[in-house]
Design a protein around this ligand. Structure first.
Ligand code: SF4
Length: 724
């Protein structure tokens, strides 16, 4: 048995649960990952990604040196040719190019992708560089593509967009609704607590989901709505609650506004009407309404199935309305809980990685707030106009409004919808800088690629889905000449400032991330009581935590909502989604599988890829019979925007007429098919509903005769076994 040289407590780099991990290191290699039994939020549990997936940090294809593109005559051509460079040479080139764009076209001609994989400190400095040095608020990140519908709906209804309640409350739930979240695979450790609530504590679970996800095995009631009809179901539940007078009059009177107008707007949403639209039996809608409204405590948990839609804001508002009318918010075991996807997507938003906000949702167009940031950042005036979102930056690249792009730890050429359009648009840019730990599709078309340190090679903090700020600790030396993102940003900022002849902004001379956190904490009332010393002592603290003697806030809104009274919003049913027709008769829905994560950049470079090495499309047994398909057959799937080839998995998970595809696989990129139509308020694209067609085809040449049947692959078999 190996004896570790050191055991380093850190935070899992995959999903937003934020599990605490002990990294066991021997000879500068992580050889095992364990979970401490005494540490929240996971108390000794880990999923397969956290326990076995961190070997990616030692993958031989890690970037080790700055790279400068050689084939500059056609700067976006692929395959790209590169030469290694020193840090000074690469940073000077980048600074020259960004300074030239800012001088000639203004700072708003630069767009910037912050990173939900990087630390809070990295992201704080990233947005500081973009706002204080380049002079633009064009900074956004992948939250736009996963939970913008939730954020916008929650902001409208209650004025706060984070999970309202903590993970620790889950196993003590009374009644809860899981909707648009395949929790077992996307937030596996959270799903353990939810299942425990049902099996050990007798909680009642209502699942609202078109797919037969594993959570349906634990449900008291499963409402299987047609994809995209969520609003109809939730509004009809509200209709029943009003009709049967199951609402909480006291809470409505004391804590909310707009109820009577909302009640009037509900008139057409009868359960019978909703049955026609969604396929959910009216009696099941009534039963769900009674279960939710009559519970002592009830909570909503949702995922991207609610938010990634052209009506993601309305979907969220329909949940907010239900929580407000029943008073199921502001108490333990209740609330409105969007389960955040990536490890630090909550933290990236909190750190200012969104166009209209500095840290913790302090608006850039508020003069007093801007004044505080200007004073701390060296006195330069800051831009008061909220910037472009990621989806808008893509379109602005095509029109020439945006000319330079800085991408830190993201790959828009995997994650954006309608990838052919995104690639075409980004190819128009004059200059692209990518900073990452591996080459990626966007790095392939960049001008300069800078090698960053992984989570295991740097210090900092991540904030998990329930707003708990936790430490990330350096366990390994940096690979090659790679450097932490925050260090790269400090060197780059000073160079660009010098070239622009600007007054130097304060604070590009940090020696440790704790100094960055300290600056961020002092500018952010919600983080005022969270220090590195305290995190060392307590393991993690939930914001808001305004002072050193404040315990942190595991659940929100005990006394009031950030907007004062919670507001009811009338929601109309309608859809802008691309629906099936004769030419494209199937609905495509996209999502994740247990063994992979996000665009696959890191899980495809871990042992996890041996277990689930390829994209598959789920087809229902009925559709498979019609199309003469069997598991492992190859199909061509095409939409109005592109086509891909991949193998079929026949399962009862998806209903007839709907196919499901994971988005982790660059060689069969689901987003070549998806639609870039967006929710008008949240600007989030519709990743859950678009129209496709499919037909049996022959294997690609390099796979002919070499395929292992899918049902002989352990993981895929396991996953299929979840199906009934
Ligand atoms: Fe990591 Fe999420 Fe798995 Fe926990 S549940 S081990 S945070 S991937």
């Amino acid at each position: 048995m190996l004896t570790p040289d050191r055991v380093v407590r850190s935070t899992c780099p995959f999903c937003g649960v934020g599990c605490q991990v002990d990294l066991k290191v021997k000879d500068d290699t992580i050889y095992a990952v364990e979970a401490p039994f005494d540490a929240a939020p996971n108390y000794g549990t880990l999923c397969v990604k956290g326990r076995f997936g961190t070997d990616y940090v030692q993958h031989p294809s890690r970037l080790t040196d700055p790279l400068i593109r050689v084939n500059t005559d056609d700067p976006r051509s692929v395959p790209s040719e590169w030469r290694t460079a020193t840090w000074d040479e690469a940073l000077d080139l980048v600074a020259d190019r960004f300074a030239a764009i800012a001088r000639e076209h203004g700072g708003d001609a630069v767009g910037a992708y912050a990173s939900a994989k990087a630390t809070n400190e990295d992201n704080y400095l990233f947005q500081k560089f973009v706002r204080a040095v380049l002079g633009t608020n064009n900074v956004d990140h992948c939250a736009r593509l996963c939970h913008a519908g939730s954020v916008t709906g929650l902001q409208l209804g209650i004025g706060s967009s984070a999970m309202s309640n903590s993970i620790a409350e889950m196993e003590h739930l009374d009644t809860f609704v899981v909707t648009g979240s395949n929790t077992t695979e996307t937030h596996p450790v959270i799903s353990l607590f939810l299942k425990k609530a049902v099996r050990q504590n007798g909680a009642k679970l209502i699942v609202v989901d078109p797919r037969q996800i594993e959570m349906t095995d634990f449900a008291t009631l499963w409402l299987r709505q047609k994809p995209g009809t969520d609003v109809a179901v939730f509004q009809a539940i509200a209709h029943v609650i009003v009709n049967e007078k199951l609402y909480n009059e006291e809470f409505i009177g004391e804590r909310t506004e707009g109820f009577s107008d909302y009640v009037e707007s509900l008139e057409p949403f009868t359960p019978e009407w909703a049955e026609e639209v969604s396929g959910v039996p009216a009696d099941d809608i009534r039963e769900a309404a009674r279960l939710y409204a009559q519970a002592e405590r009830a909570a909503f948990y949702w995922g991207m199935g609610i938010s990634q839609s052209t009506h993601g804001t309305d979907n969220t508002l329909s949940l907010v309305n239900l929580a407000l009318m029943t008073g199921h918010v502001g108490k333990p075991g209740t609330g409105l809980n969007p389960l955040r996807g990536q490890n630090n997507v909550q933290g990236c938003s909190d750190s200012g990685g969104l166009p209209p906000y500095f840290t913790a949702y302090q608006r850039v167009d508020d003069g007093e707030t801007r004044g505080r940031f200007e004073a701390r950042w060296g006195g330069n005036s800051l831009n008061p106009t909220p910037g472009l979102t990621v989806t808008e930056m893509v379109d602005a690249s095509l029109t020439g409004q945006v000319k330079g792009m800085y991408v830190m730890g993201e790959d828009p050429l995997t994650s954006e919808p309608n990838l052919a359009h995104a690639r075409h648009a980004l190819e128009h840019l004059d200059f692209i800088l990518v900073q990452d730990i591996f080459m990626s599709s966007i790095a392939e078309i960049a001008d300069v690629v800078l090698p960053a340190a992984s989570f295991a090679e740097k210090d900092g903090t991540f904030t998990n889905s329930d707003r708990r700020v936790q430490r990330v600790r350096r366990a390994l030396p940096a690979v090659g000449n790679s450097r932490p993102d925050w260090e790269i940003l400090c060197d780059l900022a000073q160079r660009v400032e010098a070239r622009l002849g600007r007054e130097a902004s304060a604070g590009w001379d940090y020696t440790h991330p704790s100094e960055i956190w300290e600056e961020m904490r002092q500018l952010t009332p919600d983080f005022g009581g969270i220090t590195y010393e305290r995190l060392e002592r307590e393991g993690g603290v939930h914001w808001p935590c305004p002072s050193a003697d404040h315990p942190g806030t595991p659940y929100l809104f005990a006394d009031e909502f950030p907007r004062g009274r919670g507001k009811f919003w009338a929601v109309e049913y309608g859809t802008e989604s691309e629906l099936p027709d004769d030419e494209y008769p199937f609905i495509l829905s996209t999502g994740r599988v247990l063994y992979h994560w996000h665009g696959g950049t890191i899980t495809r470079r871990s042992k996890l890829d041996d277990i689930w090495p390829e994209a598959t499309v789920e087809v229902s047994p009925g559709d498979a019979e019609k199309l003469s398909l069997e598991t492992s057959d190859w199909v061509r799937v095409w939409s109005r925007r592109g086509e891909i080839k991949l193998r079929v998995m026949v399962t009862g998970r998806s209903p007839d007429g709907t196919v499901f595809m994971p988005f982790h696989f660059v060689e069969a990129a689901a987003n070549l098919l998806t639609n870039n139509k967006i929710d008008p308020r949240a600007k989030i694209p519709d990743f859950k509903v678009c129209a496709v067609n499919l037909e049996k085809t022959t294997p690609p040449e390099d796979r002919e005769g070499a395929d292992v049947p899918l049902d002989e692959r352990g993981a895929i078999k396991d996953q299929a076994a979840l199906v009934h």
